[in-house]
Write a protein that binds this ligand. Sequence first.
Ligand code: HEM
Length: 414
Amino acid sequence: MEAEAAIPPLDTSDPALIPDPWPTFTTLRERDPFHWSKYGYWVVSRHEHVRDVLMNRKDFGTGDFAANLRLFYGPDFDVLANPAYRWLSEVFIMQDPPQHTRIRNLVVGSLTAKRVRAMEPRIREIAQALTDGFKARGSADLITEFAYKFPVMVICDLMGIDYEASEMADLIAAIPEAFTVFEARILSPEELALANRRILELEAFFQAQFENRLAHPRGDLLTSLARTGQEPGGLSVHEAITVTIGLFGAGFETTANIIGNGLHALHANPEQWARLVADPSGMASGACEEALRHQSSLIATYRTALADTSVCGHPVSAGQRVLTLIGAANRDPRKFADPDRFDIARNDADHLTFGGGIHFCVGAELARIEARVAFEHLARELPQMQVDTGGACWRENFLFRGLTGLEARWPAQA
Ligand code: HEM
């Protein structure tokens, strides 16, 4: 029998992973489901294993934030001297109970399902305003003119921030440049310096917003978050700023990407676009769920073993880090039939795109409404659009998978 070739250690900074990570994910999942990566952490890729890690709050958590980063930068690196890593270490996604529980409860208390569902009519208006802006032209870049602007405008509306204000374009551009600190790799000195500068700018902006809300309360999310500080155990202004940068960025980065990735998949599989166009309101929810599964806009997350433990029988030592490859788990044939097929009638929401356990995405409801409204609206407004899927440009990062551009054309209207 021929020996199987060894699988090279996964390097998440490999540019070949950007346009098409799926063959590598399949290799890992099928041939080396407990993989030791180039940077010295475990990589799990099967649905059962990823789920097991994310749900196991007893044995897995954030662990030692600084030590995790020194895996990439070496033992002498002063992690918290970098404002961007200092910020990340304070965001509740990077914290363990009880601090995580306290902050998460305060956020969930402000970002209630009721508040989010009540936004749907406004979300529809925003989608309409955007397509009204370019429909007559007969062409648009679906990413810059729709997929990105749409969730940015929604999160600004929810927070009570003026999207049209002069500083907004720069502030929005700050998010992807600051969020590089989420990537499970070493950043270049230039990338890190930029992330540091951007976090300081974001903190200054939201500091001013909170001072304003405390002096002049309104009915928006920022006022709600600021108000928690008036109760015992509520958010201090510093905590509110930290959380809000996370909510603001998470509120559009991943959602913009899922809308863009979904549009790309719908047009790379034209029979699926035709199905959506035939019944926009009936099929939009299925299109959203399948885009989430097949085109996860957050490819992975990570945990650290808090004690010696195991994942489905595989030993993991205390302090070891585990990258959970959500994108690979969502295409595990043990879980999903014919998993590489994009099928908007699949009707299976058991993907792991919003994570699981105590860190399950607090914005899942909002993201689902936005993606459903986006797909339904575009299928109704621009059913004849032709999309240049071959010319799509992917963003140069691994964790946040999305497009920078996607050109579409349709018969122009007088
Ligand atoms: C398609 C869009 C989205 C995707 C794919 C996504 C994905 C995720 C995932 C995988 C996690 C868990 C991370 C982990 O376990 O380490 C998470 C957590 C989180 N998400 Fe989302 N998200 C999306 C949209 C949003 C939106 C719209 C918001 C805010 C309005 C948001 C805010 C958050 C926050 C604050 C957490 C941390 C929760 C915690 O640690 O308890 N996300 N998201």
